[in-house]
Design a protein around this ligand. Sequence first.
Ligand code: HEC
Ligand code: HEC
Length: 367
Amino acid sequence: MFVIFTSCETRSTRITYPLPDFNMNTPTRHLPRLLALAALFSSSAAFAEADLSEAFLPMFQPLPAQASAPGNELTEAKINLGRQLFFETRISAGGAMSCNSCHKLDTYGQDNLPFSPGHEGKLGGRSSPSVYNAALHLAQFWDGRAPSVEEQAKGPVLNPVEMGMPSASFVVRVLKSIPGYVTSFKAAFPGEADPVTYDNFGKAVGAFERKLLTPSKWDAFLRGDKNALTDEEKKGFSTFATTGCVTCHNGVGVGGAMYQKLGLAKPWPGLKDNGRSEVTKNPAEKAFFKVPSLRNITETAPYLHDGSVKKLDEMVKKMAEHQLAKQLTDEQTASIITFLKTLKGDLPTDYIKAPQLPESGPDTPKA
Ligand code: HEC
Ligand code: HEC
């Protein structure tokens, strides 16, 4: 029996599946075996298309109702506070940026730009990923440098090219000067003597993000409704699976569960970003990135950490060529995209409505 890490409400959640020995956190060793499995299935006439998809289904899980959080209970008070903080611009230098500026919740949690203009229009070196379903990833950022959404949320506020605040203590000063926030932090963190802290800011935003989930017909299918997908869509899944995409894009996010090298089979042209190796200082992980989730992928162009690929058909063909050493026909590419479209979920329209923000106090400082 073998062990697969699910992409992780808690990173210790393990589920056993009847699949080849394949550990998603150190996948490279096992990749050849899984690719061999895919090749075996794709060349075996004994398998009908329907059987094919069935064989790969255990690699996927439907979205849970919430991305549960060890150490961060998801209470309504905390989530409501987190929603306000997500839309809060007074915690940015210049008072113009919020999380929602780059992760627009009504456009699938991102901004459809290669790079996002932050404080004073400055551009960072990476494209904004979606915040939807992100809490389920094995870690946050393209290089996985933050372990959780709670930790991640504390980064952009102080990042000079994002929200540009001078320090965590300055952010806390702003929050403490707004009477409505003092009340809300008390309600969200009951029993704490000094609830308005930068850590609790991260926890509240994280709690809000843990319910930013977009279930789609793919989830209905995985939950057992075999009619949730059309025959064309099921065929698309077979093409996706037997081409080998599932070796990296799997789990609850159809991605987000491991790091992999960009250009594994054939070097990626013009790659400047070292990715994961900058975090781990392990040269063997140069050009490794978190395998992105493919949920809502039709809505989140441009693609890759640098937003360098604009079209989904081009992206799919490049993936086949550079990750799997395969050339896809237009027909195969279209078939894969037919499957990818099933990953487009519904936005939780009520949950993401811009909240009313509490009024500034007499001494609310500006950065
Ligand atoms: C100026 C634009 C900008 C702002 C403002 C911003 N972000 Fe981001 N966000 C990014 C970029 C760019 C990345 C990717 C950076 C990287 O991987 O190195 C990112 C990454 C993330 C991720 C990781 C998602 C994943 O799949 O790895 C989350 C979650 C996130 N941001 C949440 C937030 C929250 C919460 C706030 C507000 C506190 C915020 N962001 C503010 C641009 C922004
Ligand atoms: C060996 C692992 C691996 C395989 C196999 C693989 N991918 Fe990827 N994929 C990645 C990585 C890593 C990235 C992100 C690289 C980056 O951002 O620079 C990525 C990015 C993508 C993206 C862009 C996502 C985004 O949000 O920008 C799409 C779409 C995609 N892959 C689809 C596919 C398809 C379709 C296949 C099969 C033809 C496939 N991938 C095979 C590892 C893989």
